[in-house]
Design a protein around this ligand. Structure first.
Ligand code: ATR
Length: 264
């Protein structure tokens, strides 16, 4: 039986096995998908197991999306430009790193009916998923992208990958059309220490977090008359793209799929 994995640290929270195993069963594919907590020094060994096809393929999550790159043979254009890999496949003798977070974010936003073209975007955070979000936003022709991160240097480092990023001191706000929480604040019910009462209405408040389904950040956005959306669809769509890469079939996204994410 083929075996797939998601690797990361921590990993216990990951809902990828639930989703991928659900789709495997639905498509009668004889494979299992598991999660594995790794230390950095174990990455090389796991990737060699993919080369030996002891493991058929894997997903990569925080904090290893960049750290896996030296052990791969090729990168997709998106993985190369974001220096971020979340899906590894083995094809014609090559280990190839893909980035399906970009398409995940893109499809999630497009499902919202919020046109990003010409809009001013503020991103909170500069962690593992932010290069993928910036890449997707640039393709949507937004007018400005500003990054605000507690550790300013990490925001500055993103300028190595992308031109024309603005940096804002953590704790400040500026005028925006859409704000994206890409920090981990909210996973444990934390509040983000920003005053959203004066930002106006009809903006988009987007949170990468999907568990809990409504963070304080999204609650506040809604309370002040804005659209709010959590990261569930992004998560499902990135998983769907990975499934397509490994198995060549596209699972259906239905009510059941989204319910899987709510059970935990
Ligand atoms: P990583 O930083 O390892 O890539 P991540 O989960 O992708 O991990 O990113 C966590 C993000 O949440 C970072 O932007 C982090 O800010 P720092 O770069 O300053 O660490 C942000 N974050 C986590 N806890 C925070 C807190 N208490 N206040 C503000 N930002 C926080």
């Amino acid at each position: 039986m083929k075996k797939y994995l998601v690797i990361g640290n921590p990993i216990s929270h990951s809902l990828s096995p639930k989703l991928q195993n659900y789709w495997l069963k639905q498509h009668n594919i004889n494979a299992i998908y598991d999660k594995l907590k790794l230390e950095e020094k174990e990455i090389e060994g796991i990737i060699q197991d993919i080369r030996k096809q002891k493991i058929a393929g894997c997903n990569v999550t925080v904090p290893f999306k960049k750290k896996v790159i030296p052990f791969l043979d090729k990168l997709s254009i998106q993985a190369e430009q974001t220096q971020s890999v979340n899906t590894i496949i083995f094809e014609k003798g090559n280990l190839i790193g893909h980035n399906t977070d970009i398409v995940g974010f893109d499809k999630a936003i497009k499902s919202l009916n919020f046109n990003m073209k010409g809009k001013k975007i503020l991103i909170l955070g500069a962690g593992g998923v932010v290069p993928s979000i910036v890449f997707a936003l640039k393709k949507m022709d937004v007018s400005e992208i500003t990054i605000s991160n507690r550790t300013k240097q990490k925001a500055e480092n993103l300028k190595i990958l992308f031109k024309n990023l603005n940096i804002l001191e953590w704790g400040n706000l500026l005028d925006f059309d859409a704000i994206i929480n890409a920090t981990s604040l909210g996973l444990n019910n934390e509040k983000i220490n920003l005053d959203f009462s004066k930002v106006g209405k009809n903006k988009l408040f987007y949170d990468v977090i999907y568990n809990p389904a409504e963070t304080n950040f999204l609650k506040e956005g809604k309370q002040f008359g804005n659209t709010s959306e959590n990261g569930a669809k992004m998560f499902v769509y990135q998983a769907l793209e990975a499934f397509k890469l490994w198995h060549g079939v596209e699972p259906e996204i239905n009510f059941e799929t989204l319910k899987l994410l709510k059970n935990d």
